[in-house]
Write a protein that binds this ligand. Structure first.
Ligand SMILES: NC(=O)c1ccc[n+]([C@@H]2O[C@H](COP(=O)([O-])OP(=O)(O)OC[C@H]3O[C@@H](n4cnc5c(N)ncnc54)[C@H](O)[C@@H]3O)[C@@H](O)[C@H]2O)c1
Length: 271
Protein backbone atom coordinates (compact mmCIF):
# COMPACT_ATOMS: atom_id res chain seq x y z
CA UNK A 1 0.00 0.00 0.00
CA UNK A 2 1.17 3.56 -0.69
CA UNK A 3 2.64 4.70 2.64
CA UNK A 4 0.88 8.06 2.47
CA UNK A 5 -2.44 6.36 3.12
CA UNK A 6 -1.20 3.58 5.40
CA UNK A 7 -3.27 3.40 8.61
CA UNK A 8 -2.11 -0.10 9.62
CA UNK A 9 -2.18 -0.54 13.44
CA UNK A 10 -3.27 3.02 14.16
CA UNK A 11 -5.39 2.99 17.32
CA UNK A 12 -8.68 4.66 16.47
CA UNK A 13 -11.43 5.40 19.03
CA UNK A 14 -14.82 6.22 17.57
CA UNK A 15 -17.92 7.42 19.42
CA UNK A 16 -21.41 6.63 18.14
CA UNK A 17 -19.79 3.53 16.66
CA UNK A 18 -23.03 1.53 16.67
CA UNK A 19 -24.53 4.12 14.29
CA UNK A 20 -24.90 4.02 10.52
CA UNK A 21 -22.18 6.35 9.18
CA UNK A 22 -19.90 6.14 12.23
CA UNK A 23 -20.26 2.35 12.56
CA UNK A 24 -19.70 1.78 8.84
CA UNK A 25 -16.62 3.99 8.96
CA UNK A 26 -15.27 2.12 12.00
CA UNK A 27 -15.56 -1.24 10.25
CA UNK A 28 -13.99 0.14 7.07
CA UNK A 29 -11.00 1.47 9.06
CA UNK A 30 -10.60 -1.88 10.79
CA UNK A 31 -10.60 -3.57 7.38
CA UNK A 32 -7.71 -1.26 6.44
CA UNK A 33 -5.65 -2.68 9.34
CA UNK A 34 -6.40 -0.17 12.09
CA UNK A 35 -7.12 -1.20 15.70
CA UNK A 36 -10.61 0.17 16.34
CA UNK A 37 -12.23 0.96 19.70
CA UNK A 38 -16.03 0.99 19.34
CA UNK A 39 -17.75 3.40 21.77
CA UNK A 40 -21.50 3.86 22.09
CA UNK A 41 -24.07 4.68 24.74
CA UNK A 42 -25.44 1.26 25.70
CA UNK A 43 -23.57 -1.97 26.42
CA UNK A 44 -25.92 -4.16 24.30
CA UNK A 45 -25.32 -1.99 21.22
CA UNK A 46 -21.56 -2.08 21.82
CA UNK A 47 -21.60 -5.88 22.27
CA UNK A 48 -23.53 -6.31 19.00
CA UNK A 49 -21.22 -4.09 16.95
CA UNK A 50 -18.04 -5.59 18.45
CA UNK A 51 -19.34 -9.10 17.66
CA UNK A 52 -19.67 -8.02 14.00
CA UNK A 53 -16.26 -6.32 14.13
CA UNK A 54 -14.57 -9.50 15.44
CA UNK A 55 -15.51 -11.13 12.14
CA UNK A 56 -13.26 -8.56 10.40
CA UNK A 57 -10.23 -9.04 12.70
CA UNK A 58 -9.24 -9.38 16.35
CA UNK A 59 -7.97 -5.78 16.25
CA UNK A 60 -10.96 -4.26 18.03
CA UNK A 61 -12.67 -3.78 21.37
CA UNK A 62 -15.61 -1.77 22.65
CA UNK A 63 -16.90 0.11 25.67
CA UNK A 64 -20.21 1.63 26.69
CA UNK A 65 -19.54 5.32 27.15
CA UNK A 66 -21.74 8.41 27.32
CA UNK A 67 -20.04 11.25 25.42
CA UNK A 68 -21.55 13.68 27.96
CA UNK A 69 -19.95 12.00 30.98
CA UNK A 70 -16.47 13.27 31.75
CA UNK A 71 -15.77 10.45 34.21
CA UNK A 72 -16.88 7.75 31.72
CA UNK A 73 -14.77 9.31 28.95
CA UNK A 74 -11.69 9.51 31.15
CA UNK A 75 -12.15 5.91 32.35
CA UNK A 76 -12.49 4.61 28.79
CA UNK A 77 -9.55 6.70 27.63
CA UNK A 78 -7.40 5.26 30.45
CA UNK A 79 -8.47 1.71 29.58
CA UNK A 80 -7.48 2.25 25.94
CA UNK A 81 -4.05 3.52 26.97
CA UNK A 82 -3.65 0.55 29.33
CA UNK A 83 -4.60 -1.92 26.57
CA UNK A 84 -2.96 -0.34 23.53
CA UNK A 85 -0.27 1.90 25.01
CA UNK A 86 -1.40 4.86 22.94
CA UNK A 87 -4.27 6.31 20.92
CA UNK A 88 -3.75 7.86 17.49
CA UNK A 89 -7.18 9.02 16.36
CA UNK A 90 -10.49 10.11 17.88
CA UNK A 91 -13.54 10.18 15.63
CA UNK A 92 -16.50 12.03 17.18
CA UNK A 93 -19.37 10.15 15.54
CA UNK A 94 -22.04 10.37 18.24
CA UNK A 95 -24.77 12.83 17.31
CA UNK A 96 -28.42 13.13 16.48
CA UNK A 97 -31.61 15.13 16.54
CA UNK A 98 -34.92 15.27 18.47
CA UNK A 99 -38.40 16.24 17.26
CA UNK A 100 -38.78 19.06 19.85
CA UNK A 101 -35.63 20.76 18.52
CA UNK A 102 -37.09 20.92 14.99
CA UNK A 103 -40.00 22.95 13.64
CA UNK A 104 -42.77 20.71 12.27
CA UNK A 105 -44.46 21.46 8.92
CA UNK A 106 -47.43 23.12 10.63
CA UNK A 107 -45.31 24.90 13.29
CA UNK A 108 -43.14 27.99 13.54
CA UNK A 109 -40.14 28.96 15.64
CA UNK A 110 -42.34 29.76 18.66
CA UNK A 111 -43.15 26.05 18.97
CA UNK A 112 -39.50 25.17 19.65
CA UNK A 113 -39.06 23.08 22.82
CA UNK A 114 -36.13 24.72 24.57
CA UNK A 115 -35.42 21.62 26.65
CA UNK A 116 -35.03 19.46 23.52
CA UNK A 117 -33.04 22.22 21.82
CA UNK A 118 -30.58 22.15 24.74
CA UNK A 119 -30.33 18.35 24.61
CA UNK A 120 -29.51 18.44 20.89
CA UNK A 121 -26.90 21.16 21.42
CA UNK A 122 -25.39 19.12 24.24
CA UNK A 123 -25.26 15.80 22.40
CA UNK A 124 -23.78 17.17 19.19
CA UNK A 125 -21.58 20.04 20.39
CA UNK A 126 -20.59 19.18 23.96
CA UNK A 127 -20.61 15.51 22.90
CA UNK A 128 -17.81 16.45 20.47
CA UNK A 129 -15.95 18.83 22.80
CA UNK A 130 -15.84 16.52 25.82
CA UNK A 131 -14.33 13.39 24.17
CA UNK A 132 -11.85 15.67 22.40
CA UNK A 133 -10.78 17.10 25.76
CA UNK A 134 -10.39 13.62 27.25
CA UNK A 135 -8.27 12.29 24.35
CA UNK A 136 -6.33 15.45 23.45
CA UNK A 137 -4.49 15.26 26.78
CA UNK A 138 -2.79 12.14 25.44
CA UNK A 139 -2.25 13.73 22.01
CA UNK A 140 -0.45 16.55 23.84
CA UNK A 141 1.77 14.05 25.72
CA UNK A 142 2.46 11.97 22.60
CA UNK A 143 3.01 15.07 20.47
CA UNK A 144 0.69 13.53 17.87
CA UNK A 145 -2.96 12.72 17.24
CA UNK A 146 -5.87 13.27 14.89
CA UNK A 147 -9.45 14.32 15.63
CA UNK A 148 -12.25 13.94 13.10
CA UNK A 149 -15.61 15.60 13.82
CA UNK A 150 -18.96 15.14 12.08
CA UNK A 151 -20.58 18.32 10.84
CA UNK A 152 -23.53 18.51 8.45
CA UNK A 153 -24.81 20.41 5.43
CA UNK A 154 -27.25 22.06 7.82
CA UNK A 155 -24.33 24.01 9.38
CA UNK A 156 -23.23 26.56 6.74
CA UNK A 157 -26.67 27.52 5.34
CA UNK A 158 -30.17 27.65 6.79
CA UNK A 159 -31.97 24.32 6.36
CA UNK A 160 -35.66 24.89 7.07
CA UNK A 161 -37.16 23.23 10.17
CA UNK A 162 -33.86 21.83 11.53
CA UNK A 163 -32.92 24.45 14.16
CA UNK A 164 -31.15 22.85 17.14
CA UNK A 165 -29.15 20.34 15.11
CA UNK A 166 -28.03 23.04 12.62
CA UNK A 167 -26.93 25.37 15.43
CA UNK A 168 -24.97 22.53 17.05
CA UNK A 169 -23.28 21.48 13.80
CA UNK A 170 -22.37 25.11 13.03
CA UNK A 171 -20.75 25.12 16.48
CA UNK A 172 -18.81 21.99 15.50
CA UNK A 173 -17.46 23.77 12.39
CA UNK A 174 -16.23 26.61 14.58
CA UNK A 175 -14.87 24.24 17.24
CA UNK A 176 -12.97 22.31 14.54
CA UNK A 177 -11.17 25.47 13.43
CA UNK A 178 -10.63 26.63 17.02
CA UNK A 179 -9.24 23.34 18.28
CA UNK A 180 -7.02 22.87 15.21
CA UNK A 181 -5.49 26.27 15.91
CA UNK A 182 -5.14 25.65 19.66
CA UNK A 183 -3.40 22.29 19.18
CA UNK A 184 -1.02 23.46 16.46
CA UNK A 185 0.00 26.72 18.15
CA UNK A 186 0.61 25.07 21.53
CA UNK A 187 1.71 21.50 20.72
CA UNK A 188 2.97 21.52 17.14
CA UNK A 189 2.06 20.33 13.69
CA UNK A 190 1.50 16.61 14.44
CA UNK A 191 -1.88 17.17 16.09
CA UNK A 192 -4.59 17.80 13.52
CA UNK A 193 -8.32 18.48 13.90
CA UNK A 194 -10.70 18.29 10.93
CA UNK A 195 -14.33 17.56 10.20
CA UNK A 196 -16.40 16.07 7.45
CA UNK A 197 -19.79 17.49 6.52
CA UNK A 198 -21.93 14.76 5.00
CA UNK A 199 -24.64 15.90 2.65
CA UNK A 200 -27.86 13.93 2.52
CA UNK A 201 -27.60 10.22 3.21
CA UNK A 202 -30.67 8.09 3.84
CA UNK A 203 -30.56 7.03 7.47
CA UNK A 204 -33.09 5.61 9.91
CA UNK A 205 -33.68 9.11 11.27
CA UNK A 206 -34.54 10.79 7.97
CA UNK A 207 -35.82 7.95 5.76
CA UNK A 208 -39.51 8.77 6.31
CA UNK A 209 -38.83 12.50 5.85
CA UNK A 210 -37.09 12.07 2.48
CA UNK A 211 -38.37 8.90 0.79
CA UNK A 212 -41.73 7.30 0.17
CA UNK A 213 -40.31 4.06 -1.20
CA UNK A 214 -37.07 3.11 -2.96
CA UNK A 215 -36.48 5.62 -5.77
CA UNK A 216 -39.40 7.90 -4.93
CA UNK A 217 -39.09 10.98 -2.74
CA UNK A 218 -41.27 13.08 -0.48
CA UNK A 219 -41.63 16.78 -1.39
CA UNK A 220 -38.72 17.56 0.95
CA UNK A 221 -36.65 14.70 -0.50
CA UNK A 222 -37.30 16.11 -3.97
CA UNK A 223 -36.20 19.59 -2.82
CA UNK A 224 -32.92 18.11 -1.56
CA UNK A 225 -32.30 16.27 -4.83
CA UNK A 226 -33.03 19.48 -6.80
CA UNK A 227 -30.31 21.29 -4.80
CA UNK A 228 -27.83 18.38 -5.25
CA UNK A 229 -26.04 18.47 -8.63
CA UNK A 230 -25.35 14.71 -8.38
CA UNK A 231 -29.18 14.25 -8.31
CA UNK A 232 -29.05 11.51 -5.70
CA UNK A 233 -28.51 10.86 -2.00
CA UNK A 234 -25.13 9.67 -0.73
CA UNK A 235 -24.24 6.04 -0.01
CA UNK A 236 -22.69 5.52 3.42
CA UNK A 237 -19.50 4.07 1.87
CA UNK A 238 -18.92 7.47 0.26
CA UNK A 239 -17.77 9.04 3.54
CA UNK A 240 -15.11 6.40 4.28
CA UNK A 241 -12.41 7.58 1.85
CA UNK A 242 -12.47 11.19 3.03
CA UNK A 243 -12.09 10.09 6.66
CA UNK A 244 -9.29 7.66 5.70
CA UNK A 245 -7.47 10.51 3.91
CA UNK A 246 -7.88 12.95 6.84
CA UNK A 247 -6.51 10.36 9.28
CA UNK A 248 -3.54 9.42 7.11
CA UNK A 249 -0.19 11.10 6.48
CA UNK A 250 -1.56 12.17 3.10
CA UNK A 251 -3.27 14.97 5.07
CA UNK A 252 -0.19 15.92 7.14
CA UNK A 253 -0.54 19.63 6.24
CA UNK A 254 -4.33 19.68 6.56
CA UNK A 255 -5.98 20.91 9.76
CA UNK A 256 -8.97 23.06 10.69
CA UNK A 257 -11.03 22.21 7.61
CA UNK A 258 -14.58 20.95 7.20
CA UNK A 259 -14.74 18.77 4.10
CA UNK A 260 -18.14 18.52 2.39
CA UNK A 261 -19.07 15.04 1.16
CA UNK A 262 -22.27 16.09 -0.48
CA UNK A 263 -22.60 15.52 -4.23
CA UNK A 264 -21.82 19.28 -4.68
CA UNK A 265 -24.87 20.36 -2.59
CA UNK A 266 -22.82 23.13 -0.91
CA UNK A 267 -21.32 24.34 -4.19
CA UNK A 268 -24.69 24.91 -5.88
CA UNK A 269 -27.00 27.88 -5.36
CA UNK A 270 -29.91 25.81 -6.66
CA UNK A 271 -30.33 27.59 -10.01
N1 LIG B 1 -26.72 9.97 8.52
C1 LIG B 1 -26.71 11.15 7.91
O1 LIG B 1 -27.34 11.38 6.87
C2 LIG B 1 -25.87 12.28 8.47
C3 LIG B 1 -25.75 13.45 7.73
C4 LIG B 1 -24.98 14.47 8.26
C5 LIG B 1 -24.35 14.32 9.47
N2 LIG B 1 -24.51 13.18 10.18
C6 LIG B 1 -23.81 13.08 11.45
O2 LIG B 1 -22.84 12.06 11.34
C7 LIG B 1 -22.63 11.46 12.61
C8 LIG B 1 -22.78 9.96 12.49
O3 LIG B 1 -24.08 9.70 11.98
P1 LIG B 1 -24.74 8.27 12.00
O4 LIG B 1 -25.52 8.15 10.75
O5 LIG B 1 -23.72 7.23 12.31
O6 LIG B 1 -25.76 8.46 13.23
P2 LIG B 1 -26.70 7.37 13.91
O7 LIG B 1 -27.92 8.08 14.38
O8 LIG B 1 -26.86 6.17 13.04
O9 LIG B 1 -25.84 6.92 15.17
C9 LIG B 1 -25.55 7.77 16.24
C10 LIG B 1 -25.02 6.90 17.38
O10 LIG B 1 -24.71 7.76 18.49
C11 LIG B 1 -25.06 7.07 19.67
N3 LIG B 1 -25.26 8.00 20.78
C12 LIG B 1 -26.34 8.81 20.99
N4 LIG B 1 -26.18 9.49 22.15
C13 LIG B 1 -24.98 9.12 22.66
C14 LIG B 1 -24.27 9.46 23.83
N5 LIG B 1 -24.76 10.35 24.72
N6 LIG B 1 -23.07 8.88 24.05
C15 LIG B 1 -22.56 7.99 23.17
N7 LIG B 1 -23.19 7.62 22.04
C16 LIG B 1 -24.39 8.17 21.79
C17 LIG B 1 -26.33 6.33 19.33
O11 LIG B 1 -26.55 5.25 20.23
C18 LIG B 1 -26.05 5.88 17.89
O12 LIG B 1 -25.49 4.58 17.84
C19 LIG B 1 -23.63 12.12 13.57
O13 LIG B 1 -23.00 13.19 14.24
C20 LIG B 1 -24.66 12.68 12.63
O14 LIG B 1 -25.30 13.79 13.20
C21 LIG B 1 -25.25 12.15 9.71
Amino acid sequence: MNDLFNIQDKVIAITGAAGVLAGGTAKYLQEQGAYVVYLDLFQDKVDAVVAEAKAISEKCCGFACDVLSQSALEAVHDQIIETCGRVDVLINGAGGNMPGATIGPEQDVFDLKIEDYSKVLDLNLKGTLMPTMAFAKTFKQQGSGVVINFSSMSAPQALTRVLGYSNAKAGIDNFTRWMATEMALKYGDKIRVNAIAPGFFISNQNRALLTIEAGSYTERGQQVISKTPFRRFGEQEEVYGTIHYLISNAASFVSGVVVPVDGAFSAFCGV
